[in-house]
Design a binder for this molecule. Structure first.
Ligand code: SMO
Length: 726
């Protein structure tokens, strides 16, 4: 029994917020007892195998399913025309009135991209389903429309953008023409496959008594997924319970519902059977959302002293063949957060996104932030070359001062708190920086190609609300239910720390749950670095309310509960400055990142060890983007990187030594003062690596580089620069 006088007010424990409490999630995760969707036991489920398009942008004349129907174990076969036309998936309201015209569970009349499902087999075993799926094929004919398989083709052929936005401030033309110097940069980001360890997957249990279903879905947005499923399938709110069990990574790829998942639920309800589908790795490469892929262009004007005067920028993004819930977010984010941490009062920012005959496109860890920061930081480096002012000096001169952050820009961006120049100075004055300079000199003296690079960035965390319910049971046990979601980040540990501090109880007394739409309060999910700042603040607010209630209960012999829907007061803005040290082997072009020093301000830190984990993981993915990852389509829309043999993910041996440092400036925008840090590594690392690479090649000339910085590309660039020198 929780006695308020003895326990609630006894200040005997040390504060847990700010302590590196061990992750309570890890034991089940590392011992194999975690429960992923594939571990969910169903009673004689039907297994689904999808038949996918082998060409892009064609008409479907006929789908041949007859042979498959007769094969062993087959319970049902569907083509697109056997399925009802359902209402489309809703897309993020920032897209305005855009309609998701191409969204179908199974393609009916046209195949838009290679990998699009157009038929499905349900059978007693997966092998039976796969065997029968092999017997299905489609007769197709050429589509009337032009096939557009790359973003560049979409831009060059003047395709009509589906998303088109523009923000202006000041007088760009006048400032540009009067400027001392202008520099221009184009940055192309490869399309990336988010590649969580666990692929997409769904298990659906059909309840004969009610006709409803319980859905286990590998998702980062359980409540939204349930709501959308109910709307698309036109069933009442109570007939679908959705549970996101342990999720093996998501990175934005599991933020949207997919046609395969909607089909699985529809099939279970239609056949009145339990069903399951677990994507093969190649099905994720083919048909799960890709990220990045943006082409960004910028022009920066500076005066004689290096003060930034004006920014003219254009962000272009691919959308793929149908719109995932947040498909336009990267395009929107990359443009609206410009000019990032810098003071530029004259600007013109355009953002456009185009449909392409490829896999869908979506948010991927960073979702526009890495693109915005890369464009700005490349412009800074160019301005440095042109003006002869050292690049960190330029940064220092143009970073916003603390008292300028709270001003609202025409993009509706309002930064929050921090001291940007202090962070930069901290890096410049650090031993790491001095050592990096010394190491570079030594390597260069020995005739090697070595470079260092910095990258400064801001990381807006999500906005809006999240909810939490906390119960105190008569036995003293505390139950925290969050509307959020988790995919391995350690949410349960952090939320227990927050609740334990507020209630002054032992965290071992606290259980934390999220991801079950039946038991947990309504919520948004784990997206956009929002879970600690907003979800954690909801937990704190609920704990405060519970504590007040307990204070008024002189004899708490019943369960006392507090439910809070917490609204954040705008976005919290983390920021950071990273330093990379690289070396290039001139004979092979192989680039090695020796060291990465990451300096972050993530606001109030709840658990330092978990923050470090987020940064290191983000650096790994950022290094992947910088050096090796790239989804490739040929001109006809065939995917050339459909497996982990063709798509290079970083391995442990590719990772540099990483050192971490931080400042801690609380955000005024939420109850905890926390800022997001989940995406920091993916933003800062590619910039620092890219700039260090350019620095390493600088003694040969001005390198013309693009990501990924493969050995082949760098070797060719070395050859070109050496020929220019001769
Ligand atoms: S890319 Mo994140 O899951 O908002």
């Amino acid at each position: 029994m929780l006695d308020k006088n003895d326990q609630l007010h006894a200040k005997t424990r040390s504060q847990l917020i700010g302590a590196s409490v061990a992750r309570r999630e890890d034991a089940p995760l590392v011992t194999g007892s975690a429960q992923y969707v594939a571990d969910v036991q169903l009673d004689e489920p039907l297994h689904i195998s999808f038949v996918r398009a082998s060409e892009a942008n064609c008409r479907i004349d006929e789908v041949h399913c007859d042979d498959a129907q007769e094969m062993p174990g087959v319970a049902a076969v569907f083509s697109g025309r056997d399925c009802p036309e359902l209402s489309p998936l809703e897309v993020n309201p920032i897209l305005g009135e855009a309609e998701n015209q191409n969204f179908e569970m199974l393609a009916r009349n046209a195949l838009h991209f290679v990998g699009q499902p157009f038929a499905a087999v349900l059978a007693d075993t997966l092998s039976h389903a796969d065997d029968a799926a092999e017997a299905i094929y489609a007769d197709t004919s050429d589509a009337d429309s032009h096939r557009v398989t790359s973003l560049r083709a979409a831009i060059d052929t003047d395709c009509c953008p589906v998303f088109d936005k523009r923000w202006q401030e000041g007088d760009l033309e006048k400032t540009l023409s009067a400027a001392h110097a202008t520099v221009e940069v184009e940055v192309e980001h490869s399309r990336l496959a988010p590649s969580p360890m666990e692929t997409r997957g769904i298990a659906v249990k059909y309840h004969e008594d009610t006709g409803g279903v319980t859905v286990w879905l590998s998702t980062q947005t359980p409540h939204r997924a349930r709501k959308m499923l109910a709307k698309i399938l036109d069933c009442d709110g109570t007939s679908i319970r959705l549970i996101s069990p342990d999720v093996g990574g998501a990175f934005g790829m599991k933020a949207s519902l997919y046609p395969e998942e909607i089909f699985a639920v529809w099939a279970a309800m239609t056949l009145k059977r339990s069903v399951r589908w677990i994507a093969w790795r190649n099905e994720d490469f083919l048909a799960a959302s890709h990220g990045r892929g943006l082409i960004c262009r910028g022009k920066l004007a500076v005066d004689k002293e290096g003060t930034f005067l004006a920014l003219d920028a254009e962000v272009n993004a691919p959308l793929g063949s149908w719109l995932t819930t947040s498909s336009a977010i990267p395009a929107w984010n990359a443009a609206r957060i410009l000019p990032g941490p810098y003071r530029v009062t004259n600007y013109d920012l355009r953002s456009r996104a185009y449909e392409t005959h490829t896999a869908p496109f979506g948010i991927y860890r960073g979702a526009g932030r890495p693109e915005a920061a890369m464009l700005m930081e490349r412009l800074v480096e160019e301005a440095s070359r042109k003006t002869g002012i050292e690049s960190n000096e330029l940064r220092r001169k143009n970073l916003l001062a603390s008292d300028e952050l709270d001003q609202r820009r025409s993009t509706d961006v309002r930064l929050d708190s921090g001291n940007y120049t202090e962070l930069l100075d901290r890096l410049m004055n650090s031993d790491h920086y001095k050592e990096a300079l010394e190491t570079r000199s030594k390597l260069r003296d020995a005739g090697r190609l070595a470079g260092i690079g910095t990258g400064f960035f801001v990381e807006p965390s999500g906005q809006g609300w999240e909810s939490a319910t906390i119960r105190c049971h008569p036995d003293g046990k505390i139950e925290v239910l969050s509307g959020g979601s988790t995919q391995g980040h350690g949410r349960e540990t952090a939320y227990a720390q927050i609740a334990a501090d507020e209630l002054d109880v032992d965290p071992d007394n606290i259980t934390v749950r999220c991801g079950d739409t039946q038991d947990c309060p309504n919520g948004i999910g784990a997206l956009a670095s929002r879970s600690t700042g907003i979800g954690g603040s909801a937990v704190r607010a609920a704990a405060q309310e519970l504590r007040a209630k307990l204070d008024n209960h002189t004899n708490p012999k019943e369960t006392v509960e507090a439910c809070v829907k917490y609204h954040a007061d705008g976005e919290a803005w983390g920021y950071g400055c990273y330093l990379a040290e690289v070396e290039i082997d001139p004979d092979t072009g192989k680039l090695t990142v020796h060291h990465m020093h990451c300096l972050d301000d993530a606001g109030k830190i709840i658990n330092p060890k978990m923050v470090s984990g987020q940064i290191i993981g983000g650096v790994a993915q950022g290094l992947g983007e910088a050096l090796m990852e790239s989804v490739s389509y040929d001109d006809s829309g065939q995917l050339q990187t459909g497996s982990l043999m063709d798509y290079a993910l970083p391995r442990a041996s590719d990772m540099p030594a990483i050192t971490l440092d931080h400042t801690e400036t609380p955000s005024p925008r939420n109850l905890l003062g926390a800022k997001g840090v989940g995406e920091a590594g993916t933003i800062g690392a590619p910039i620092a690596i890219f700039n260090a690479t350019a620095d390493a090649l600088a003694e040969l000339g001005n390198a013309n580089l693009s990501m990924p910085l493969t050995s082949n590309k760098i070797w060719n660039e070395i050859e070109r620069l050496q020929q220019e020198q001769e």
